[in-house]
Design a protein around this ligand. Structure first.
Ligand code: UD1
Length: 418
């Protein structure tokens, strides 16, 4: 099994180009079921994307991935589409559930494996099902599968989500594209990745309006045009390298981004003392000698993202005084804490809240990655730790970070995969 070896305390210096967003590419790939011919650009070549393309191939979509150009072309001219998403293709990635909406709306039926539990929490799919039922689907759960049917197609409806979910908003939007009439979704997630999906659906012919957390959508007959779409940058990857810069950057420039999307993250890093400058499409960040404590609660966008919580916590171990993180999105998202403690961090957990006492000196240790973002927090800790850190189970990192070692090495980090 592959491991990552990091020799800490080396100043980072250089620039990092941010890849396309994994979390935007996944729903857009699922929505491509609705189109005949799609070309996606700026696609990150990470494991989760290949899991989704394998699922789409199983369904009957022709797919061509060009690794050099970072494009995926999809052609759906198959009359014998398989409306099944089997367990073996969905079990490793929850976003597999996103094919439910498009299959149901286009082919009037779908059988999709329940994604099952996940290390960071129970992650149910009730909100996805609630929306699809409101659009007219008949749904039952049998033998671990969601079996959905809409014999006469889906119909526009008013749907108010009882709580905000990224995936459920995406599934509902894609399904509403193929529904007859207008759908109004309230209490939606409005993450930048959802706005990217919306711009893709507009290219497919949907009329979509957004006002706060309310989205109205009037779909269209299936589009036969060739759709060409460039995926938005990965704001979580950008945020991760910003934290790296705040931890140990002589100067890191983060490129191919839109800084205003990272407004909240930038404001927290600045408040903590990181030295940041930015223009329209890049941010430069330098470590400061003195980091101040901070308190952060994770919230749906435009709040602080749960996907950057573990990374920020590493920065907080280097800040003066007591920093606090309240995790509001997932119930079990502090799995990096025991590993960070083994490296010397002083962190206490009480219910949903982590109390981080700093500054503490971190020392290298052999640690284990548990999920995607927890893993990358251990990489960040390794970059500032004394001696060598060995990170096991790095397949988690490969699910979502494109060319991680290469990007860090370009900035002079001592990172090696063995
Ligand atoms: C997406 C992101 C993930 C991110 C998360 C929150 C992708 C592929 N993944 O995951 O990286 O951490 O948003 O920003 O984009 N919930 C329910 N019922 C449901 C659906 C969700 O109770 O039917 C709950 C979840 O358990 C969780 C909360 O709602 O507590 C938010 O989850 P959601 O926004 O749906 O996350 P994902 O779409 O799975």
């Amino acid at each position: 099994m592959q491991k990552l070896l990091i020799k800490g305390k080396k100043y980072l210096n250089g620039s990092i180009s941010i890849s396309g967003s994994k979390n935007a590419t996944l729903p857009i790939l699922a929505a491509s079921i609705l189109a005949n011919n799609t070309k996606l650009r700026n696609v990150p070549l990470v494991k989760d994307i290949f899991t989704m393309t394998n699922l789409l191939k199983f369904i009957g979509i022709k797919i061509k991935v060009c690794t050099k150009k970072k494009t995926i072309e999809l052609v759906n001219n198959n009359r014998n589409i398989n409306t099944l998403a089997p367990y073996k293709l969905v079990k490793t990635m929850r976003a597999g559930i996103l094919v439910l909406g498009p299959l149901l709306t286009k082919y009037k039926k779908a059988k999709v494996s329940l994604p099952g539990g996940c290390a960071i929490g129970t992650r149910p799919v009730d909100l996805h099902l609630l929306a699809l039922k409101k659009l007219g689907a008949k749904i039952k759960i049998k033998d671990g599968y969601i079996i959905a049917e809409a014999k006469t197609g889906l119909f526009g409806a008013n749907i108010k989500f009882p709580s905000t979910s990224v995936g459920a908003t995406e599934n509902a939007l894609i399904a509403a594209h193929g529904a007859k009439g207008k759908t109004i979704l309230s209490n939606c997630a409005i993450e930048p990745e959802i706005l990217d999906l919306i711009s893709f659906l507009k290219k497919l012919g949907s009329k979509i309006k957004i006002s706060g957390r309310k989205i109205s959508i009037e779909g269209k007959e299936i589009s036969t045009n060739k759709i060409n779409h460039k995926v938005i940058f990965d704001r979580i990857e950008a945020g991760t390298y910003l934290v790296a810069g705040a931890l140990i950057g002589k100067k890191i420039t983060i490129k191919k981004i839109v800084p205003k999307i990272l407004k909240y993250e930038i404001s927290i890093l600045k408040k903590m003392g990181a030295k940041i400058t930015y223009a329209n499409n890049f941010i430069s960040i330098k470590k400061s000698k003195y980091l101040k404590k901070a308190s952060v609660s994770t919230k749906p966008y435009p709040g602080f993202p749960t996907d950057l919580q573990a990374q920020l916590m590493v920065l907080m171990t280097q800040a003066q005084g007591l920093s606090i993180i309240k995790e509001n999105i997932f119930e079990n998202r502090f799995m990096h804490v025991p590993e960070l403690r083994r490296m010397g961090a002083k962190i206490k957990i009480k219910n949903k809240t982590a109390y981080i006492y700093g500054p503490t000196k971190l020392t290298g240790a052999e640690v284990m990655a548990t999920d995607l973002r927890a893993s990358v927090s251990l990489v960040l800790a390794g970059l500032i730790a004394d001696n060598r850190t060995i990170i096991n189970r790095i397949y988690h990192l490969d699910r979502g970070y494109e060319y991680l070692e290469k990007k860090l090495k370009n900035c002079k980090a001592a990172v090696k995969r063995v």
